[in-house]
Design a protein around this ligand. Structure first.
Ligand code: KIV
Ligand code: ZN
Length: 574
């Protein structure tokens, strides 16, 4: 006998749901304070639950399961508190869960005394596994229990005409229940309720209590059920999925395609075991397709922080929409693509006829209170474009394109060495260490440019410089102070060099502004080495940049020589 078997799909050959498209939002129901709370290692205190409840109403939930009032004194008192302190907005239905047992139903109504609008939610397990082996009953006995409970609930509702009370019934383990029996018990319960109208429909909640089937099966079951249920116009078909196989969002989306009207879930998927459906993900998926949801997640970071604090449970880094890393691109090609398109966002949007079309970001992070600034972070996978972007964004250092590869290689090597992400401050430090103040044999003591007496455009230069600690005097000339300086320094290394056209940039504004010069030195052997100088005076910035470039070139040459020596020694030893 095999240990596992694929659950038999429902027989639905002419299924319609695969070609349907979800075009409007379902009714949203939060079960955070019941299913979510009961699964927390440390359930919330009444004050914490109240804060959570306010958060849910602020987001826009109109149906909120607040408790299992008969299950604990805390849940009972919390329900009473909401009612007695008039904490429930007038358009919000609170929901209380109960088993189909007479004293628990009575206790639920006690908790609901004086409630303006509410939903009594009764459930009973309908799978044969539960019926026979947990409760030791038959299907018929289970059906009768559910019908009796429904009649009792109806009587109690009739006795409280001042409250607008609705009824929800859940055949627990619906997806592990014989569909014919699920249909039979739901029909019997609907008829026993007998109060459903078009305006005040009954709610039939068909849960995947444990995710045992692929999402396609769930959708088939929902479509199968809806097609056969005889009172479709007077029920809201509700779905309630758990995430045991990690597919609950897909299952819920397909259940909506199959005709479900209402969705139960929790913020960030809190709930038993792997959790309930994450309503944030589900609702924002619809938002990303242009469907208004009625839920306000425009400050998702605040919602996430509040829920993390109240539940004591962190949100996973990669949780869709809310995880810390979900609007972050590490990979260089992604960074580059995002950066390019963000820069010409309007033009791209016009071309595609939508407000947002950006590679690797399917929604605009600012819709949900996230920031662009966190999109690009740097590690060994990052490209030169990302490094340049962070230097510009955080430090106003705009390195020329030709220099990006050199900077990128250094950052990548560093990240490989430390085996982690490189933060923005480290990036600046690396940039300064390698390009602005690199170690090397040369230390400039002074440079004195002097215009020629006859031709002031012609400059004579004198340089005093320490080379490995020994002072040398050098002279040279050129058609400007920078070219005269370059001329003075020829011969310091074993190859002559020229200065390619260099870039200047102002860093900061007003009296505090400094000039940055990015200077490429091209050597006779074709190598190009960049140096960067920063100074209040632009000529001084260029001079510093040339010195930095020469020191870098000297160090690179020494490194090259020592590596060649190492290689030849190893070869000789073999
Ligand atoms: O998961 C489930 O089946 C439930 C029911 C009580 C609806 O939470
Ligand atoms: Zn549940």
């Amino acid at each position: 006998m095999p240990k596992y078997r694929s659950p038999a799909p429902v027989d639905l050959k002419d299924r319609q749901w695969p070609s349907r498209v979800v075009e409007r939002s379902p009714e949203w129901v939060s079960v955070d304070l019941r299913d979510g709370n009961q699964a927390l290692p440390n359930p919330m205190t009444p004050d914490q639950k109240l804060e959570y409840f306010r958060l849910l109403t602020h987001i826009g939930f109109k149906q909120i399961e607040v408790a299992f009032p008969s299950a604990s004194q805390d849940d009972f008192e919390f329900t009473r508190r909401l009612i007695e302190e008039d904490q429930i907005p007038s358009d919000v239905f609170i929901m209380g869960l109960t088993q189909c047992r007479p004293h628990l139903i009575d206790r639920t109504f006690e908790a609901f005394r004086g409630l303006r609008r509410g939903i009594v939610h009764a459930y009973i397990a309908t799978s044969d596994l539960h019926i026979r082996h947990v409760f030791g009953q038959s299907r018929q006995e289970t059906l009768e229990t559910a019908v009796r409970a429904t009649r009792q609930i109806r009587e109690r509702c009739d006795a409280a005409p001042e409250s607008d009370l609705r009824y929800e019934f859940s055949p627990e383990e619906f997806t592990d229940t014989d569909p014919d029996f699920a249909l039979e018990i739901c029909t019997a319960v609907f008829e026993a309720w007998g109060k459903a109208t078009l305006e005040k429909p009954m709610i039939l909640n068909l849960p995947a209590t444990v995710e045992r089937r692929p999402p396609t099966h769930y959708a088939d079951l929902i479509e199968w059920f809806i097609r056969r249920f005889p009172y479709r116009d007077r029920v809201r078909i509700s779905v309630h999925g758990h995430n045991d196989q990690g597919m609950v969002v897909a299952a819920t989306e397909m259940a909506l395609m199959a005709g479900a009207d209402r969705v139960e879930g929790t913020l960030f998927g809190h709930g038993e075991r792997t959790g309930n459906l994450d309503i944030v993900t589900m609702a924002l998926n619809l938002h990303a397709r242009g469907i208004p949801t009625g839920l306000d997640f425009s400050d998702l970071p605040h919602i996430a922080e509040t829920v993390e604090r109240l539940t004591g449970m962190p949100i996973y880094y990669r949780q869709p929409y809310s995880g810390e890393l979900v609007f972050t691109a590490f990979s260089g090609s992604h960074q580059d693509a995002i950066h390019k398109v963000l820069r010409k966002r309007r033009e791209v949007a016009g071309e595609f006829g939508v407000g947002w079309k950006v590679p690797y970001l399917h929604v605009d992070p600012t819709d949900i209170g996230r920031r662009f600034e966190r999109i690009i972070r740097i590690n060994s996978q990052s490209g030169k474009g990302g490094v340049a972007w962070v230097l510009e964004r955080d430090h106003s250092i705009t390195i020329p394109k030709a220099m990006q590869a050199e900077v990128g290689t250094i950052v990548k090597a560093y990240s490989d060495r430390v085996h982690r992400e490189v933060n923005s401050e480290e990036l600046r430090r690396l940039f300064e260490e390698h390009f602005v103040h690199p170690r090397g044999p040369f230390c400039l003591v002074g440079y004195w440019p002097r215009p020629d007496e006859k031709d002031p455009a012609h400059i004579h230069g004198e340089v005093r410089i320490l080379v490995d600690g020994v002072e040398r005097r050098l002279t040279g000339e050129g058609n400007g102070p920078v070219s005269a300086f370059v001329h003075c320094l020829q011969g310091l290394l074993d190859a002559k060099f020229t200065v390619e056209d260099y870039h200047e940039q102002a860093i900061g504004k007003g009296a505090e502004a400094q000039a940055a010069a990015y200077v490429p030195l091209r050597f006779e052997d074709g190598t190009v080495v960049f140096g960067v100088g920063i100074d209040a005076n632009i000529d001084q910035a260029a001079v510093r940049a040339i010195m930095a470039g020469l020191n870098r070139a000297a160090m690179l040459r020494r490194k090259g020589v020592s590596e060649r020596e190492k290689r030849s020694k190893t070869a000789a030893a073999h």
